[in-house]
Design a binder for this molecule. Sequence first.
Ligand SMILES: Nc1nc2c(ncn2[C@@H]2O[C@H](COP(=O)(O)OP(=O)(O)OP(=O)(O)O)[C@@H](O)[C@H]2O)c(=O)[nH]1
Ligand SMILES: [Mg+2]
Length: 255
Amino acid sequence: MPRNIYFIGTAGSGKSTMVHAFQVWMNTQGFDAITVNLDPGAENLMYNPDVDIQDWITLKEAMEDTDLGPNAAQVYCADMLALNAKEVGETIRKFETNYILIDTPGQMELFTFRESSKIIVDEFGMQDSILAFLIDPILARTPSGLISSIMLSATTQFRFSVPLTTVLSKKDLLSETELERILEWSKSADSLYNSLEEEAETAVFLSSTEFFVALENMGVFRGLIPVSSLELQGFEDVYNEIQIAFEAGEDLMTD
Ligand SMILES: Nc1nc2c(ncn2[C@@H]2O[C@H](COP(=O)(O)OP(=O)(O)OP(=O)(O)O)[C@@H](O)[C@H]2O)c(=O)[nH]1
Ligand SMILES: [Mg+2]
């Protein structure tokens, strides 16, 4: 069975660029991968998706047909995905490939919070799926920004019963010092807590120790994998993490 990798993240976090760059990297490594675009509003994609949801539904048509504004039309499209899930799944299954790289809608709540995406993940093969959650480096630069991003990633994990790996995208935009600091925070509740206390205008509840204990108990301090799609860096680490997650899943199934 091919493995599905869903790229999820806030608007502009680098999902589409990473889908493209990851496919390029995989091909150079001799791995077979196809790309799937699930964003009905995607314009000027830098890659040519092998399967494109826009062959079934587009944001533009949805707006014309329903008289909805752009945001409500996005929600309408997200819900319509479910109606097409079976057919899209059948189209994907016609490809003989090992990996399916799936680009998701720009506004992440459309994928994370709508029931239709669960139907999609199920139809495409839930047991062979992993989520790659992209954190924008601009948000990750401050302790409160990183905490908010980590919580979004935890929310995404909570919505789908599949493994999730957290990626720090566009690492080329960060200085060496910034990158080191973010990676340290992502692995150590103490270090993040101390830096948060120094940050001005921190919400009181965010700086309570109970909140950090809760975060630790949720297992969010697992670190991030820094990548740069522009410089094709960090992809081997993402690939290895994905392999480990799938192998752990297979072991569980054979137990
Ligand atoms: N410097 C740098 N810029 C990047 C990288 N990856 C993406 N970008 C830029 O970030 C912007 C957004 O990238 P996209 O790949 O379109 O992000 P997205 O998450 O698919 O965006 P939406 O689908 O519109 O929400 C673009 O200008 C990209 O060129 C990277 O690794 N390094
Ligand atoms: Mg995109």
